[in-house]
Ligand binder design. Structure first.
Ligand code: KIV
Ligand code: ZN
Length: 394
């Protein structure tokens, strides 16, 4: 089985909101909530859904099983450590899937080998071969991850990747588990692996970047520029510590900057806002106001210069349309930085038609109010104008 789309520039979107995302402290979702998120991910066109870690708990097993029965249009993936009991449990959970994937991983860096597992290089290497071989006995869609790949000795990483491919892995994932890499380093790592490892062209290379230094999206895109064709990401960038690469950001970067990122995804971007709101609600993780793409302020403008530009031509201050990510419209937020042009438009929207003098008076009073008040709402402006009109009648 192959999950690789035919087009060489098509990037597979692997969503791990339900696995790595749910591992954020406090982001636990109920069974029903996971199904709700799954339905949105499928409808949005996510290629691979990492539905959970079946050995982790009975609940995780049950949700991966149910998602495998329910979501027939995406590949359903379960995570497993390099232990046969993990892999066997994962295989059971993904069995009903039309297309099921086992994702098995092991720490390859010296730190992980020594402190996490107390295993030497050879012992880890043997586990790579054994785990991928075991997973392949259940499905021909096997992903192997070198946890902490970016802090692993390059020669040893090449050896492990080569062994995983030989044992039957079809996707090779290169996690920047602790968000340590820079885009140049991460891109170079993918390039080096693709050049040095035999049969690298027979598999899909995948990025899995954490955001500890705020570089997860940049690193993922650098990986793609160097030949990776799968990006692992989460809605709202949910995930361990500072989170994972945000799905909405990688997808919109690819869509918006085709000139320098000549790739495509299968995502219906008009569903991004809906997905963001749902994941924020079920995980109880609020989305920061200025978050790229889905933040409340991502399409809001307050300064007079920006509002004036937006009223003349939206491209002056917006590089994508709000509609393209499922936001109804740009919002011109009225505040102390707003100018006359935006104020006049706001009055028109609210149904007022004032003469020039009344408008000027109302604008001055609005400015004075905005200086005192952090947020000026439509009701404030209505009250102010009604008062203005009443005075004019006196
Ligand atoms: O960050 C990581 O290394 C992971 C692996 C399990 C793929 O989440
Ligand atoms: Zn991770």
């Amino acid at each position: 089985m192959t999950t690789a789309p035919k087009d060489a520039d098509r990037v597979i979107i692997f969503d791990t909101t339900l696995r790595d995302g749910e591992q954020s402290p406090g982001a636990t979702m109920t069974f029903e909530e996971k199904l709700e998120v799954t339905d949105v991910l499928v409808e949005m066109g996510v290629d691979v859904i990492e539905a959970g870690f079946p050995i982790a708990s009975e609940g995780d097993f049950e949700s991966v099983l149910e998602i495998s029965k329910r979501a027939k249009d995406s590949v359903i993936c379960g995570l497993a450590r390099a232990h046969f009991k993990d892999i066997d449990r994962c295989a059971e959970a993904i069995k009903p899937a039309r297309r099921g994937r086992i994702h098995t991983f092991i720490g390859t860096s010296p730190l992980h080998r020594k402190y996490q597992m107390q295993l030497d290089e050879e012992a880890v290497f043997e586990r790579v071969v054994a785990s991928v071989t075991r997973a392949r006995s259940y499905t021909d869609d096997v992903e192997w991850s070198a946890m902490d790949a970016t802090r692993t000795e390059p020669d040893y990483l090449c050896r492990c990747v080569e062994a995983a491919i030989k044992a039957g892995a079809t996707t090779i994932n290169i996690p920047d588990t602790v968000g340590y890499a820079t885009p140049e380093e991460y891109g170079a790592l993918i390039k080096m692996l693709r050049e040095r490892v035999p049969n690298a062209d027979k598999v899909i290379f995948s990025t899995h970047c954490h955001d500890d230094l705020g570089l997860a999206v940049a690193n993922s895109l650098a990986g793609v520029a160097n030949g990776a064709r799968q990006i692992e990401c989460t809605i709202n960038g949910l995930g361990e510590r500072a989170g994972n690469a945000a799905l909405e950001e990688v997808v919109m970067a690819i869509r918006t900057r085709k000139d320098v990122l000549p790739y495509s995804t299968g995502i219906d971007t008009t569903m991004l806002m809906r997905a963001s709101k749902l994941v924020s609600a079920v995980s109880a993780f609020p989305v920061q106001y200025n978050k790229a793409i889905v933040g409340r302020n991502a399409f809001a403008h307050e300064s007079g210069i920006h509002q004036d530009g937006m009223l003349k031509n939206a491209q002056t201050f917006e590089i994508m349309t709000p509609e393209s990510v499922g936001v109804k419209a740009t919002s011109l937020v009225m505040g102390k930085h707003s100018g006359r042009h935006a104020f006049r438009e706001k009055l028109k929207d609210l149904g007022y038609q004032l003469g020039e003098n009344a408008l000027e008076d109302a604008f001055m009073r609005f400015k004075a109010l905005a200086d005192r008040k952090k947020n000026v709402y439509d009701e404030d402006i209505e009250a102010l104008v009604d008062d203005e009109v009443a005075h004019a009648d006196d």
